[in-house]
Design a protein. Structure first.
Length: 291
């Protein structure tokens, strides 16, 4: 028997008259690693943003362990879903330890007055958070750099730190958006081992990735998005053998293919929405940084 952790039903996302994600059904079960792949402009990041509350789906629902999630990033994190971003979003001028402690904010109960007065309850919670943060730094291999500024870490270690910060919220499901982007082969292998270790700790993993070898080595199941629609889903062997997947990646037409023009429009709409979400001072930008 499999227990669903994440269930997306009929998720659709439109930007004006353009449909970036169309009626996608998707499930991640407990203990699974699931890969989400597709050509550029396929709607993968848009779908991720719908799952994590950064976007409010035009249609459909997203549920975590049977409860429909509110479309607010901090409430999604509080429910038990954490994520990383395609572009690293660390607090560059904070230390490695401080970055992980930021991820603990949804799991602490101390309020404003407790923080201001710094009573025994606050100090106890602060010690517990620091102990947990150090456990995570040991887990990813960065405990010896706890006092280093995040901006001074090598690229691969910054990626690891972002994963540790996501894990600090004690998620049941971790979403990784292109975790090996820009990595060399050695860093990619280390990330693969880390993802397996995360799964072994009981955290389900959903990842977007362009490195096909990485995805197929890791994933129990792989789903393919093409121009906003789920084309096929199955084991790595099933997906790799599907002629429609091969055609989509080679740019060859298949029945019902709306063409490259629409794919370019989807990619442009995703970029515009992402720029709006990242704009300084916007609510979504602030919440995204806090995830």
């Amino acid at each position: 028997m499999t227990t669903p952790v994440l269930e997306a039903r009929d998720v659709t996302m439109r930007f004006g008259g353009l449909t970036a994600v169309r009626s996608v059904d998707f499930t991640v079960n407990a203990g699974e690693i699931v890969g989400l792949i597709g050509p550029n402009g396929a709607g993968k990041t848009t779908f991720f943003n719908c799952l994590t509350g950064l976007y409010v789906p035009t249609e459909g629902t997203v549920s975590y362990k049977g409860t429909v999630l509110p479309p607010k990033p901090h409430l999604v994190t509080q429910a038990g879903i954490a994520r990383t971003f395609q572009n690293i979003r660390l607090f560059a001028n904070m230390t490695v330890l401080e970055n992980v402690l930021v991820g603990r904010h949804t799991r602490t109960k101390e309020g404003l007055w407790s923080a201001l007065l710094r009573g025994p309850g606050f100090k106890k919670a602060e010690r517990a958070s620091e102990e947990r943060a150090m456990e995570l730094l040991e887990f990813i291999g960065l405990a010896h750099k706890r006092d280093h500024l995040a901006r001074n870490l090598p690229y691969g270690e910054q990626r690891k730190l972002e994963i540790a910060r996501a894990l600090a919220s004690e998620p049941g499901l971790l979403l990784l958006d292109e975790p090996t982007a820009g990595m060399n082969p050695q860093e990619t292998r280390a990330t693969e081992e880390l993802v397996f270790a995360i799964r072994d700790k009981g955290v389900a993993v959903l990842l977007i990735e362009h490195d096909m070898r990485f995805v197929f080595n890791l994933s129990d199941r792989v789903a393919v998005l093409v121009q906003g629609e789920k084309l096929v889903e199955g084991t790595s062997d099933v997906v790799q053998a599907d002629e429609r997947v091969i055609a989509a990646y080679l740019g060859e037409p298949f029945e019902g293919d709306p063409g490259q023009a629409e794919a370019a429009e989807v990619e442009a709409a995703e970029a515009a929405a992402g720029a709006a979400a990242d704009a300084p001072g916007t609510a979504s930008s602030t919440k995204g940084e806090a995830q």
